[in-house]
Ligand binder design. Structure first.
Ligand code: GUN
Length: 284
């Protein structure tokens, strides 16, 4: 029976460490501050933003929320980002995605100063991740790496199969696993015979967003299964891509949904905000 990798427990330990770092910075009269921008009224985004505010409160980071109406113009949004870029009391800027259709997300992400880009979505930070010298790591993939480290699971020499190639999860996940000496395969919607690929995985990371995608017969006995997706089942209950109960019989370890990767993402955002605050104050 697989070990359940408890994201709540691991993220809680990480947040305790971040809180200590925040307290040490406050001794130096530096108050780490995260600015969160939310445009429109996407209910999932509202929940994420609320959870981010709560995490800030828990670790002592000042959080400033800019909740803007759905009809906000590109110019107004860029103007706000420019103001936050110049504000020395703000160390991290996060613009919650997805943005309403009429806004150009790429231009918005480019406008955030790379040193304040706590999502690590700016091409400068993506480039640094690619060459392996990034300070700010993408939150969800970094959270997965922390979970593996906490559980004593090293990707080195393992076959890591990543399902999904998004800029937020799949691509940076593959880069971090590669940097940790994994042998990495990235699968996506055009990959033929997905099961043939997943059955080769020692570490299987799924970020597709389709419930029931990963069945027990697709998992190699003893594999580690990291389920990044948050879906809803027919009763409206949260679930991941993997059939948790059946896959648990085959895998050696598995992350639940909820309570797996989700809490880790927010902990990594808190860590990035502290990293950004330190860098902006010449502390390393
Ligand atoms: N929307 C879904 N995930 C994320 C994330 O990690 N960062 C931002 N900014 N928006 C998101």
């Amino acid at each position: 029976m697989a070990k359940r990798i408890d994201g709540k427990e691991i993220s809680s330990a990480m947040l305790d460490k971040v809180a200590l770092e925040v307290a040490a910075l406050k001794e130096k009269h530096i108050e780490p501050c995260l600015a969160v921008i939310l445009v429109g009224d996407n209910p999932a985004s509202q929940v994420y933003v609320r959870n981010k505010q709560r995490a800030c409160e828990r670790v002592g980071i000042r959080s400033v929320s800019h909740i803007l109406p759905a009809e906000t113009t590109q110019a107004a949004l860029l103007d706000l980002i420019d103001t936050l870029n110049r504000d020395e009391t703000v160390h991290g800027i996060l613009c919650q995605l997805p943005l309403p259709e009429h806004l150009d997300s790429e231009q918005v992400l480019l406008a955030i100063a790379p040193e304040k880009d706590v999502d690590a979505f700016h091409p400068v930070n993506v480039g640094k991740i690619t060459i392996g010298n990034a300070d700010l790591l993408p939150c969800t993939p970094a959270g997965v790496m922390e979970m593996l480290r906490y559980e004593g699971i090293s990707p080195a020499g393992k076959h890591c199969v990543v399902l999904g190639r998004s800029n937020i999860v799949g691509k940076p996940m593959a880069l971090l696993l590669l940097a940790a000496n994994g042998t990495v395969t990235v699968c996506h919607s055009k990959t033929p015979d997905l099961a043939a690929m997943t059955r080769q995985a020692d570490i299987l990371v799924s970020a597709v967003g389709r419930r029931g995608l990963i069945t027990a017969d697709m998992v190699k006995p003893g594999a580690v299964v990291i389920d990044v997706s948050i879906n809803r089942d027919e009763n409206g209950k949260l679930c991941g891509d993997a059939d948790y109960d059946a896959v648990s019989v085959v895998a050696s370890a598995i992350t639940p949904v909820p309570g797996g990767v989700g809490p880790m993402t927010i902990a990594m955002l808190m860590r990035n905000t502290v990293t950004a605050a330190k860098a902006q104050n010449g502390i390393n």
